[in-house]
Design a protein around this ligand. Structure first.
Ligand SMILES: [Zn+2]
Length: 115
């Protein structure tokens, strides 16, 4: 996977974890969190953000504000953000994940998942 794409996927995942853990104390218990661990995760999130190119993180934030999920998988050639079918490409899923791609319809960052 493209290193920047991998960072975005991880970043989004961490953001969801932090959101779930901070929503209420009951959730923290359900997730088995200790506050110390949460602080580590928040630090990891900040570290990852620093490694993402400025242009990409700007776009990521705008997409997140607009849609909530800025990075989505493509499954069976369908963008899981807006459910539009991607044009057929010659490249394999692995090859496509080596590039930064965005959906031509909704603009979300994409990664391909093989069945
Ligand atoms: Zn889309």
């Amino acid at each position: 996977m493209h290193p920047q794409l991998e960072l975005l996927v991880t970043l989004h995942d961490l953001e969801l974890t932090i959101k779930e853990a901070t929503e209420d104390a009951a959730n923290q218990k359900a997730l088995g969190f200790k506050i110390d661990n949460l602080e580590h995760i928040i630090k990891a999130q900040a570290d990852i953000e620093k490694q993402v190119d400025h242009g990409i993180i700007d776009r990521y934030r705008k997409l997140k504000e607009r849609y909530g999920r800025p990075v989505v998988p493509v499954i069976n050639s369908i963008c899981c953000g807006c459910y539009i079918r991607m044009p057929t490409a010659q490249a394999s899923d692995t090859e496509r994940n080596q590039r930064m791609s965005t959906c031509g319809n909704c603009g979300r960052f994409l990664y391909w998942v093989s069945e």
